[in-house]
Write a protein that binds this ligand. Structure first.
Ligand code: TRP
Length: 335
């Protein structure tokens, strides 16, 4: 039996990078009755650097939930919930913070990189600074043993493991040590349509699960290929060519793709042809997802209700862990 927890910050709709790096794996894990999945919309974490614009976070909760349902995460099997609606997560964070030094948080490479990237300097919000500790609360509240995340989240898992050790050896063995489940090689980070290393909202180079067919087509048609491949008969480059990068990730006809690559390298194969093929490949995978998304989007009240039910279920589990935590700390005064 595995207990699996993961989550996403609701700062935008989810894109194909999220799909190959994580969502697909979650749906596979969900299919195994040995696995109990918890999927969290991490709105509190998103607020740590969006405190002045909370509407940016709240407006995306429904969008992320629609993306979950669209890819096939099923509320009858998987508990989907909203982080801020589980007060026990904040309580656990307070107790864990006392087990972690400021120096240790400062060493977290992901937080360090984000502080630089967001140009916070000394003005970094303290809530943002300590979010790895809050993430440890998310994971341990459900006694998750597996946490599927991207490579960039490895330091969060290390931090969580340290907190679990420290807590269990200081008080008593209550918390479960989690392991990261990383995406398969080559699936960790899908490049943007412009060839930039990462798909991101700020670079406006992503294809979203919610994109209608005509938008997806337009994005593929504008993909970065080989700038020196001007005439159809010119030899073209496959390396760094986004159409082939995407075909490698999403294509199923491996032999056909190998032939296309050879033809393109020799010359005589035009960009429009390979782009049309990629559109077919993507449509085969994402048209059903888009249709499911549109169907769920017709009843946002029902989607929010699913999150409410999930949050109630999640709260019960977190409350049980919090009670155990307070017991072994000797602070469950009225129990
Ligand atoms: N930090 C994760 C992200 O940015 C989101 C997240 C919050 C998370 N809490 C978590 C992931 C707990 C896994 C487990 O995507």
């Amino acid at each position: 039996m595995n207990t699996i927890l993961t989550g996403d910050r609701p700062t935008g709709k989810l894109h194909l990078g999220h799909y190959v790096g994580s969502l697909k794996k979650r749906v596979e894990m969900q299919a195994d009755p040995e696995n109990q999945l918890y999927i969290m919309v991490a709105d509190m974490q998103a607020l740590t650097d969006n405190a002045k614009t909370p509407e940016k976070v709240s407006a995306n909760i429904l969008e992320v939930a629609l993306d979950y349902l669209a890819v096939g995460l099923d509320p009858s099997k998987t508990t989907m919930f909203i982080q801020s609606q589980i007060p026990q997560l904040s309580e656990l964070t307070m107790y864990y913070l006392n087990l972690v030094s400021v120096a240790r948080v400062r060493r977290n490479p992901t937080v360090k990189a984000e502080i630089e990237q967001k140009k916070f300097g000394e003005g970094v919000p303290s809530g943002f600074f300590i979010y790895p500790v809050s993430q440890a609360a998310d994971i341990t509240a459900f006694k998750a043993n597996l946490v599927p995340v991207g490579e960039d989240q490895k330091p969060m898992l290390e931090q969580t493991q340290e907190i679990v050790h420290s807590f269990n050896s200081t008080y008593s063995e209550v918390l479960v040590e989690p392991k990261a489940v990383l995406p398969p090689k080559g699936m960790g980070r899908l490049a943007g349509i412009d060839g930039n290393g990462k798909m991101s909202k700020s670079l406006n180079n992503g294809i979203y699960l919610a994109d209608p067919a005509d938008v997806l087509q337009k994005k593929v048609m504008s993909m970065y290929t080989d700038p020196n491949h001007i005439h159809v008969e010119d030899p073209g480059q496959v390396e760094g060519n986004m159409v082939f990068t995407y075909l490698d990730v999403f294509g199923t006809e491996k032999e056909k793709i190998t032939e296309l690559k050879e033809h393109y390298t020799r010359g005589g194969l035009g960009d429009v042809k390979i782009k049309r093929y990629l559109i077919d490949v993507l449509e085969a995978e994402f048209a059903p997802i888009r249709e499911r998304r549109e169907a769920f989007a017709k009843d946002p009240g029902e989607v929010m209700n699913l999150l409410k039910l999930g949050s109630e279920k999640a709260e019960q589990v977190a409350a049980q862990t919090l009670a155990e935590v307070k017991n072994v700390m000797g602070i469950n005064y009225f129990a």
